[in-house]
Each structure stands twice: as structure tokens, then as C-alpha cells.
Design a protein around this ligand. Structure first.
Ligand SMILES: Nc1ncnc2c1ncn2[C@@H]1O[C@H](COP(=O)(O)OP(=O)(O)OP(=O)(O)O)[C@@H](O)[C@H]1O
Length: 647
């Protein structure tokens, strides 16, 4: 019988029919820009220009001074050129024979030429200073972002708010800081041009200034319409672009290449791509028509108003209100001012837009400041005889409920403690608290009598060696991946590599320890999962092999990808490490056969310690540990069943 709500099975060449995407972080201010009025933009302008100046001053004060001075110089040269134009026209229209007119106009002509050269030179030098300033500003913003991102406490990365701010700042904030400064300088350039034209015209005849303002109205309208058009276009294209990007990634990336083929997804992906691309093309064509209509209307309005302004000038001329030379200069000034205004208006909208994205960066810095470790903490103790957790409770900022609840246990120097429990029971969280990456919300972690919440995190982490469950594949050589930030020592490297059996991995690399472990580099190689794990284990043995300086070694699922021989060797090395260095070792693993060797075993369930003791003690009871142990052991003890169909 058919169910009423049967799900339609896609045909193999149907697209993927992806649902609506969440709004992209990098374009989150697009709709704000679409709805912003000039009044709103003008209200924000002083503070944005102030911010741009401060930012620019911090990054390159010399270039800021040069930008301002050369822009002012360019404005002065524009005014000078307009005055010289009037003088040239006055001489040319004088009622004297032509050779005499030419001769007397020559000095003014030379002055005009000099003014134009000066204007061009100042413009070029201002442009150079601006071009130098932008990358410096971006660099300052990037450095500050990276400094804050690496300085904040680890828990910040579990906070989705912090993530959003960091992502937005990284993807657009820094570049927009540079754009904010560049566009602010463009606003200055445009304003200087307008002021120069208006100043000269008001000196020539006051009636010319309102005429100039009138001639600028179509520019204003054109700038508003084209800015709105631009944002509408960006918004309309965003969704399609992102879908196309996602599909392109799936079809071209190395990670998905094998599955695209194994599950024969090629046709469905291409069909979906075509569908999205066709929709995007339709939007594009529709917008192109509307854009040309707006441009046509803008040009027509601009032409009409400019013709009107010239008609008024002609009237003033015939009435004898302004002489012909002044009218000629006014025509030039109107063109200069219109050009400057168009540039300034475009720059103003971009300053506003960049300012919105830059505000994300400012918000990130503000948040990062509140997430820095407390200042004035004391250095970590050099060692301990025992580590004690008393009633420790911990919950992740973005997690639901608590990951650890009222955990109390003790670790001793030179002994191995194993944490066991089902997925999500809190083992890794407990390891992170022990390694000083997180601090509990309730209860204390003590190294002898020192409460770790009173200890500087960096100095504490220098005393702990960790093999993380999701260890990082560093884009470094095999040596770099093992030594990390410790001093390079050949004997120590050999010891660590032997303990983790990473020496056999390295022996197979053509360049030995100098082999780059990243395929993105020339001659780089990609180790297998198990080879990476051996290297990660060597990394922690290396760090731990530092006399008494590193008294705690934590291994979280260190052998999940290792073969049976490597796994056995690793656990033997861990116990040997504890005996040899006197360090306390915390071991997290689901392979209970390896746990048996631990001096003490702690069983966790839903964030609570439900049992602890030695293997024999726990096996004597009837709890979770015994149940899990029996399950694993029975898999090995089960008699082999013949394969159906085989004799
Ligand atoms: N970064 C995080 N943000 C929010 N919740 C988290 C985070 N990491 C872990 N948790 C939650 O904390 C609880 C304990 O997780 P934890 O990783 O400590 O378990 P585990 O015992 O190590 O599990 P596994 O055996 O699968 O590695 C789980 O409910 C998990 O969903």
C-alpha cells in the first residue's frame, strides 16, 4: 500500500534541489545599504571619517599627511587653473587685433598650463600616498585580528557569537578597513574639487554658485540610483553565487572527487549547476535592461539641467550681468564640479558600506578584549605529587547542559590513569580541563595545593604534553611536526620517534625528517591516518621528554587509526614514559584491552564519574566497565561462523 506522504525519489539526472541557504555572513549589510537614505548616511559620515582618520594615522602617519596636503594642493591648483582660464578668455575676447590678443593671452596661458601640471602632479602624488596607505591599513587590521584571535581563551571558540564576529572580520572586515580609508580620501578629493570650483565662481559672480548647485542635482540622483542598483544586484546574485560555489567545490575538490564518482553524482551535480546558472542569468539580463533605463534617464536629466544652466548663463551674458570670459570659466567650473561631485557621492556611499563591515571588526576587538585571560596570574608550579579535581562541573558556552558534573578524582605522579566511557560521556572535556585549556565553572583543579584557576594558562600548558583526539596536521616537515615549539634536539627526537614508532614512518619518506607533510608544497607528501597518529604521538613524547619540566602527559584516543602492532607498542611506551620520567599519564581510549595496564581506571557516564578503581576491582563489580569489557572480549572469543554458501 502507498502512503499518502510518500517522499518523491529523485531521478538520477534531477538536480539536488537544495533548500534555502542561511544568509551569508560576508554580505549581511547588503539589505541595510539598500534601505539607507542620504540623511542616514550623512549622519554617520563624521564618525566614519573620524574612524578612518584614526585607523590611517596608526598605520602610516606620513602617508596621511601626504594625502591631505597633496589633495589640498590639487584643489588650490584647480582654483588657480580656473582663475587663469578667466584671464586667458578675457585676453582672447579683448577688442584688439588677433596677434596682440594672442601675445597678451600668452602669460595667462602659461600660468594655466602650470596650474594644470601642478594639479596633475598633486593628484598623482595624493594617489600614490593613498595607494601606500591602503595595504598598510589592511595589514594593521589583520595583525590586530590575528593577535586577538590567538590571545583569547579557548572557550571563546565554543561561543557562536564570537565565531560569527571572527568569521565576518576575517572575510570582510580587514579589507573593508582599507577600503574605508581609501574611499574617505576619495571623499576628501571630491569635496576639495567642489569647493575649489564653487570658491572661484563665487569670487567671479555670486549668482553663479546657485547655478552650480543646480547643475549638480542630476549627479546626485544618478549616484543614488546607481548605488541602489548595485546593492540590488549584489543581493540578487548572492544566493546564486553561493550555490554555484558550493556545487563547484563538490565537483572540483580533492576531498569529494572519489565520492562524486563512487556514488555517480556527476549528472545530478551538473543538472543542479545548470539550473542555478540559468536562474542567475535571467536575473542578470533583467537587471541589465533596468540599469540601462536608469542610465538613460540619468543622462537625459543631466543633459537637460546642464542645458538649462548654460541657457541661464547665456541670458546673464546678454543682459551684461557677467562678461563672456566669466561665462566661459563658469562652463568649465560646472563640468569640474560635476565630475568631482559624482566621485565624492560614489565614495560617500562606499565609505558608509565599508563602515558597516568595519564595525564588525570593531565589535570583534571589543568582544576579544573581554575574553582575554585574567591579567596578573602567577606562574604554574614546576611540578606536583598529585592532581586533584574536587566537585568539578563544566559546560560549554554553546553546549546544551553540562559536559562534566561534580567530578572528583585524584592523579599521582608516575602513574597511569585511564578514562573510559561511551561517546559523549565527557572524557575529552575532562582531559581539556586537566591540560589547562578550560577552567571549570564550579569546583577546583589543584596541583598539590595550587588552584589552577589562579595560574597563568601559558605557563601551565608549557608543563603539559597532549595528544589531541583531533590533532592538527601541521603544514611543516616531519621534524617540525614533532619538535613544534620546543628546542631541536637530535637524541630527544630519536627517543620520541622510537617510542611512538614514528621512526619507521619517517624512514619511508624520501627526505626523512625534512619531508614536508603537506601536498600543497612542492615535494610534499600526505601521510596516512595511522602515520599521522604516530607522528602526533611522537610530538607528545618529544614535549614530555624534558626532564621534570613536563610532569603530565595526556593521550586522547591516541591509537584509533593505528594498526595492532603500533597500538601495542604505543601503550607499552606510554607506561614506560610514566616510569622513566615520573610523569602522570592520562589515557583515553575505547580499546579496553589496553586500559587494563593502567594503574587506575575512571568510568564516566553522562559527565559523571560512576566508578573508579583498578581493572580487577572494576571487573569484580557489575557495572558499565565490565559490560563494555565483556562486549569487546566476546567479539574476539566468538567462534568463527562459516560464511553462508561456503562449504
Ligand atoms: N566544543 C564543544 N561545544 C559544545 N559541546 C561540546 C563541545 N565538545 C564536546 N561537547 C559536548 O560535551 C559532551 C562531552 O563531550 P566529550 O567530547 O568530552 O565526550 P567524550 O567522552 O570524549 O566522547 P568521545 O568518546 O565520542 O570522544 C558531549 O555531549 C558533547 O556534545
Amino acid at each position: 500500500m502507498r502512503t499518502r506522504h510518500a517522499v518523491k525519489e529523485p531521478a538520477p539526472d534531477d538536480g539536488l534541489d537544495l533548500p534555502e541557504l542561511a544568509p551569508p555572513q560576508w554580505n549581511r549589510h547588503g539589505s541595510t545599504m539598500l534601505d539607507s537614505s542620504w540623511i542616514r548616511i550623512a549622519r554617520h559620515m563624521p564618525s566614519l571619517l573620524g574612524r578612518a582618520t584614526t585607523l590611517a594615522w596608526r598605520s602610516g602617519p606620513g602617508d596621511v599627511v601626504a594625502t591631505v596636503l597633496f589633495n589640498l594642493g590639487s584643489g588650490a591648483a584647480t582654483a588657480w587653473a580656473l582663475v587663469a582660464t578667466t584671464a586667458v578668455l578675457t585676453e582672447l575676447f579683448a577688442e584688439v587685433p588677433t596677434p596682440e590678443r594672442m601675445a597678451s593671452a600668452l602669460p595667462s596661458l602659461l600660468l594655466l598650463l602650470a596650474a594644470l601640471v601642478a594639479r596633475g602632479g598633486c593628484g598623482a602624488l595624493a594617489g600614490r600616498a593613498q595607494a601606500r596607505l591602503e595595504p598598510k591599513v589592511v595589514l594593521t587590521a589583520e595583525r590586530r585580528l590575528l593577535r586577538d584571535a590567538t590571545a583569547v581563551e579557548l572557550r571563546s571558540f565554543d561561543d557562536s557569537d564570537f565565531h560569527d564576529h571572527l568569521f565576518r572580520s576575517r572575510t570582510r572586515g580587514c579589507d573593508e578597513a582599507g577600503a574605508l580609508v581609501r574611499q574617505s580620501a576619495d571623499v576628501l578629493t571630491g569635496l576639495v574639487g567642489i569647493v575649489a570650483a564653487a570658491g572661484v565662481l563665487s569670487a567671479l559672480h555670486p549668482v553663479l554658485v546657485p547655478l552650480l548647485l543646480l547643475a549638480m542635482v542630476p549627479q546626485w540622483w544618478g549616484a543614488s540610483a546607481s548605488a541602489r542598483m548595485r546593492y540590488r544586484m549584489l543581493l540578487a546574485f548572492t544566493e546564486g553565487h553561493r550555490r554555484k560555489y558550493m556545487l563547484e567545490q563538490l565537483m572540483t575538490s580533492r576531498d569529494s572527487a572519489a565520492e562524486v564518482r563512487s556514488f555517480t553524482m556527476e549528472r545530478r551535480l551538473l543538472t543542479e549547476f545548470d539550473r542555478v546558472a540559468r536562474r542567475e542569468l535571467d536575473v542578470h539580463l533583467g537587471l541589465a535592461t533596468r540599469q540601462s533605463m536608469v542610465r538613460l534617464a540619468g543622462d537625459a536629466a543631466g543633459g537637460l539641467v546642464t542645458a538649462g544652466v548654460f541657457a541661464v548663463l547665456a541670458l546673464l551674458l546678454t543682459q551684461g550681468v557677467v562678461p563672456i570670459a566669466v561665462a566661459g570659466t563658469a562652463v568649465v567650473a560646472v563640468r569640474v564640479a560635476q565630475g568631482a561631485l559624482a566621485n565624492a557621492l560614489h565614495a560617500v556611499t562606499r565609505v558608509y558600506e565599508s563602515g558597516l563591515y568595519f564595525s564588525d571588526l570593531v565589535a570583534f576587538h571589543r568582544q576579544a578584549r573581554s575574553l582575554l585571560p585574567r591579567p596578573g596570574l602567577k606562574p604554574a608550579p614546576t611540578g606536583f605529587e598529585r592532581i586533584e579535581l574536587r566537585d568539578v562541573t563544566f559546560g560549554y558556552p554553546s553546549g546544551e547542559g553540562t559536559a562534566l558534573k561534580d567530578v572528583t578524582l585524584t592523579l599521582h605522579r608516575g602513574r597511569t590513569i585511564a578514562l573510559v566511557g561511551e561517546n559523549g560521556s565527557g572524557k575529552s572535556t575532562l582531559a581539556k580541563l586537566l591540560s589547562g585549556l578550560y577552567t571549570p565553572q564550579k569546583g577546583v583543579v589543584l596541583w598539590d595545593d595550587t588552584d589552577l584557576s589562579e595560574v597563568d594558562g601559558v605557563s601551565l600548558r608549557e608543563r603539559v604534553s597532549v595528544i589531541a583526539q583531533d590533532h592538527t596536521h601541521w603544514p611543516l616537515t616531519a621534524r617540525g611536526n614533532t619538535v613544534m615549539s620546543s628546542p631541536n634536539d637530535a637524541e630527544r627526537l630519536t627517543r620520541a620517534a622510537t617510542a611512538a614508532q614514528a621512526d619507521r614512518v619517517v624512514a619511508r619518506f624520501e627526505h626523512g625528517w625534512e619531508t614536508l607533510l603537506d601536498k600543497r608544497f612542492l615535494h610534499g607528501v600526505e601521510p596516512s591516518g595511522g602515520q599521522w597518529q604516530r607522528l602526533a604521538a611522537a610530538r607528545s613524547f618529544y614535549r614530555g621528554d624534558d626532564g621534570d619540566a613536563v610532569p603530565l602527559l595526556i593521550a586522547d584516543e591516541p591509537t584509533a587509526a593505528m594498526d595492532a602492532r603500533a597500538e601495542h607498542g604505543f601503550f607499552a611506551s606510554v607506561h614506560d614514559h610514566a616510569r622513566r620520567t615520573g610523569a602522570a599519564v592520562v589515557l583515553i581510549t575505547h580499546r579496553l584491552a589496553s586500559v587494563r595496564m593502567a594503574d587506575h581506571i575512571v568510568v564516566l557516564e553522562r559527565g559523571r564519574v560512576i566508578a573508579q578503581g583498578t581493572h580487577d576491582e572494576l571487573m569484580a563489580g557489575d557495572g558499565l566497565y565490565r559490560e563494555l569489557w565483556e562486549l569487546q572480549a566476546s567479539a574476539y572469543r566468538a567462534p568463527s561462523t562459516p560464511h553462508p554458501g561456503r562449504p
